[in-house]
Design a protein around this ligand. Structure first.
Ligand code: FMN
Length: 331
């Protein structure tokens, strides 16, 4: 029977299915249920710099008179951060007493180096690894690509200075030269890259003429974007890659592994189908491996990446010209 064990960030996982960072991984009870369902590891809901600052602003606005006095800011800023951190740290500590699968803490750091020091507290609480959720949407006209990339490298530097547990970086695809930046990230000392985070995108309501949120959950065709980049990069860097976005069944898991991912992270599939999707994916992955006579993940992982396929240009093709040129019948 197929052995699904794998390693990720130097950790031993019983299978490559990770429940990704989300509201699903924010409480002890839920994580215990995720472990029971068979997941190989979990990434906890991120602790957000933005969220804590917002909570701080609201508290200051509504509860303090004379809050223009900066001493009040300092006091509340400190208190609120401490409360959030204490909650998060306790969750990690409790989880380490009660579950056996690896617990990866997640921190959303976009700017402030101060946040790196919190990573240390998560390490002390027992987190097995840390995922930095550093998705910076490059919307400003006055920032160069170098300046934006520097923000990522600064965050990595700060965090790596504070912790000795393995660190992974979760990014989006919006870089002007994605392969180069991925290669540079891989040389910083981080142990993993999560490709890709999925943005919460705005949409427009054409009846009420207003901005509305678009779909929160991914669809099962969205996996092709990370699939391409994982296949293009996995043979060229030593850093582990974890696939994220659009993984809804064992089919996408298998494709990501063939492309060279070490692990796969699922979120929307669990929101939509419930926790039973985890044992189903594991069983379907096992059955597929048995049908191909693969006894371990390493038998096939990366066999369809850029370094191993006979036609790597296929991964770089972006135009449909020939396809539509030949298919006049469909119009
Ligand atoms: C409701 C919800 C909450 C999320 N919260 C976080 C978060 O706190 N930190 C993070 O790094 N990603 C977060 N994500 C992104 C997911 O971890 C994941 O990268 C993304 O949903 C794509 O994977 P999927 O297609 O399996 O949903 C969240 C996603 C959803 C749907």
């Amino acid at each position: 029977m197929a052995n699904l064990e794998t390693t990720y960030l130097g950790l031993k996982l019983k299978n490559p299915i990770i429940l990704g960072s989300s509201g699903l991984t924010s409480t002890l009870i839920q994580v215990k249920r995720i472990e029971e369902a068979g997941a190989g590891a979990v990434v906890l809901k991120s602790i957000f710099e933005e969220e804590i600052l917002k909570e701080f602003e609201q508290t200051v606005d509504t509860h303090i008179e004379g809050h223009q006095n900066y001493e009040y800011y300092d006091y509340f800023d400190y208190k609120i951060k401490e409360q959030n951190l204490a909650r998060y740290t306790k969750l990690i500590w409790d989880l380490k007493q009660e579950v056996n699968i690896p617990i990866i803490a997640s921190i959303n750091a976009v700017s402030n180096h101060e946040w790196a020091s919190f990573a240390k507290k998560f390490e002390e609480a027992g987190a097995d690894a840390l995922e930095i959720n550093a998705f910076i949407l490059p919307t400003r006209l006055n920032k160069t690509s170098d300046e934006i990339e520097k923000m990522y490298f600064d965050i990595i530097d700060y965090v790596l200075n504070y912790v000795s547990i393995p660190v992974s970086l979760k990014i989006g695809p919006y870089f002007s030269n994605l392969p180069t930046v991925i290669e540079k990230f891989s040389k910083t000392g981080i142990k993993g890259l999560v490709l890709f985070n999925r943005t919460y995108n705005p949409d427009i309501d054409i009846n009420d003429l207003k901005l509305i949120p678009s779909k929160i959950f991914s669809s099962d065709w969205e996996y092709t974007l990370p699939l391409r980049w994982i296949a293009l990069m996995s043979g060229r860097i030593k850093t582990d890659i974890s696939a994220s976005t659009g993984i809804h069944s064992a089919n996408e898991v298998i494709k990501m592994l063939l492309a060279g991912a070490k692990t796969t992270q699922i979120v929307s599939a669990v929101y939509r189908q419930g926790l039973s999707v985890i044992p189903k994916i594991i069983k379907d992955l096992e059955d597929w491996m048995d049908s191909k006579n693969y006894t371990s993940i390493d038998n096939f992982r990366g066999t369809l990446n850029n370094s191993n396929v006979s036609d790597p240009a296929f991964l770089e093709r972006i135009q449909f010209m020939k396809y539509f040129g030949d298919r006049e019948d469909i119009i």
